[in-house]
Design a protein around this ligand. Structure first.
Ligand code: NAD
Length: 428
């Protein structure tokens, strides 16, 4: 039998349906929450450097804003689809809810590959995205942020365009801005550090000394680099790391049994998180196929690249040594793979809990912008640690109390809060 193509929105809905049933949600609430409230699709014309105009496709989806303005990144990716954006916006609703910040869920995207766009073309793309959606986003409606292949410079161009259109200064319109121009210290580290704060707590609960653990990571971009950095500082050893090779249009895994060097790898990595394979070989790394990251005999797996990376075809290859998975990426594990992971007795820190550090720090960025007073990095990271630790503890307690899989426990807490908000507002 031919298997259906992976659709992240169907995965997000399947995960929701399962928990909605457990929570015994009324039909109206269930129907409301399994769909986005609003979605926008548009085109963005860009005058290209080489002459002529190219048309790019743009999206913004607002899944739910009952608990506060929608919040979520804008992803630049050549394979972006509306269903990916729908799924990501829904996961944002649960993410903001599980860490209990007063924001809802949204997500955006542009179908593009910034590797092949000049800085001027990227600027036009960012400004064009804002022009098409400026009336439906804003500090009190929907607040964008960076995501895969978008960065602080892109956010600043977007802010600037929004401020031209609305004739004023609105630093709360977007987060992930450069420090000194409304950005928060610690935002760069926030998602990756948040992953490790939750992992640290999970290891502590299981009586495992982090300094005696090994890990294999997928991705070497913003999330993975910062997760690697803090894990390394806490004494953990990264053995393997996989990332995309733009020139070869495939991924590779870089392995060093004695332990990969964070600074060593960073020095041979491009701005998109691609490691130079020839230089890696010179530094003593084995260069293996991209999928090899998942088969490593390590204690911890940290998928931090894209969705659908642990699936029914490869979950069986996870080594019996692996005891923890901390999901840095959004939606890296399919429901079929979850069943395999459960049967192997692996402890999972689910994506929307593990990687909630980014949006939590974005919330801190908004708070600081509103006060026009900015905290020191230490203060930001301390507050982040507190939020992540208490969210992890609540999920883990519920998981133990009710014998729930960690993903289900996180969903129960998150969905219940949003369901209460839509009911309290009498939306259903
Ligand atoms: P990024 O663009 O900085 O890095 C992505 C990394 O993944 C790169 O190293 C790239 O080479 C690698 N990659 C891409 N395709 C791959 C493949 N097929 N195999 C192996 N590696 C591959 O992105 P990021 O910001 O680090 O985001 C990574 C994931 O984390 C995404 O799922 C994103 O939605 C999620 N996330 C990001 C943030 C954030 O604050 N940046 C917050 C929450 C969740």
């Amino acid at each position: 039998m031919e298997s259906k193509p992976y659709n992240p929105f169907h995965v997000a809905q399947a995960q929701f349906d399962k928990v909605a049933k457990m929570l015994n949600l009324e039909d109206g609430v269930r129907e409301l929450l399994r769909e986005p409230l609003r979605e926008y699709q548009f085109v963005i014309p860009v005058r290209m450097d080489g002459g002529g105009v190219k048309i790019f496709k743009g999206f913004r989806v607002q899944h739910n804003d009952a608990r506060g303005p929608a919040k979520g990144g804008i992803r630049f990716h050549p394979h972006e689809t509306i269903d990916t954006v729908r799924a990501l916006s829904m996961w944002m609703t649960w993410k903001c809810s599980v860490v209990d910040i007063p924001l809802g869920g949204g997500k955006g995207g542009i179908v593009c590959d910034p590797h092949h766009l000049s800085a001027r073309e990227q600027e036009q793309l960012c400004r064009g995205w804002v022009r098409q959606i400026a009336k439906n986003v804003g500090p009190f409606q929907d607040v964008p942020a960076p995501d895969v292949m978008s960065n602080a410079q892109h956010m600043l161009w977007m802010l600037d365009e929004f401020e031209v259109i609305h004739n004023g200064r609105f630093p709360g319109f977007i987060t992930g801005k450069p420090v000194g121009l409304g950005g928060s210290l610690g935002r760069t580290e926030a998602t990756g550090f948040g992953v490790i704060f939750t992992l640290r707590e999970a290891l502590k609960e299981h009586g495992v000394d982090i300094a005696k653990t090994t890990a294999s990571l997928q991705g070497f971009g913003n999330v993975s680099q910062n997760a690697f950095k803090l894990y390394d500082e806490l004494g953990g050893k990264v053995i393997a790391i996989s990332c995309w090779d733009q020139a070869d249009k495939t991924s590779y895994t870089f392995k060093k049994k004695s332990g990969a060097g964070f600074q060593e790898l960073l020095a041979i990595t491009d701005t998109f998180g691609g490691i130079d394979k020839n230089k890696a070989r010179d530094c003593g790394y084995e260069v293996l196929p991209g999928e090899a990251w998942i088969e490593q005999e390590v204690d911890i797996l940290i998928p931090a690249a894209l969705e659908n990376q642990i699936n029914k075809d490869n979950a069986g290859k996870i080594s019996s040594k692996v005891k923890f998975i901390a999901e840095g990426a959004n939606g890296p594990t399919t429901p079929e793979a979850d069943e395999v992971i459960k049967s192997k007795g692996i402890f999972v820190i689910p994506d929307f809990l593990a990687n909630a550090g980014g949006v939590t720090c974005s919330y801190f960025e908004q708070v600081q912008c509103n006060m026009n007073y900015f905290w020191e990095k230490r203060e930001v990271l301390e507050k982040l640690d507190q939020k992540m630790t208490s969210a992890f503890t609540a999920v883990s307690e519920l998981s133990k109390q009710k014998s729930l899989y960690m993903r289900d426990a996180a969903y129960v807490i998150a969905i219940d809060r949003v369901a209460r908000a839509v009911k309290a507002r009498s939306w259903v």
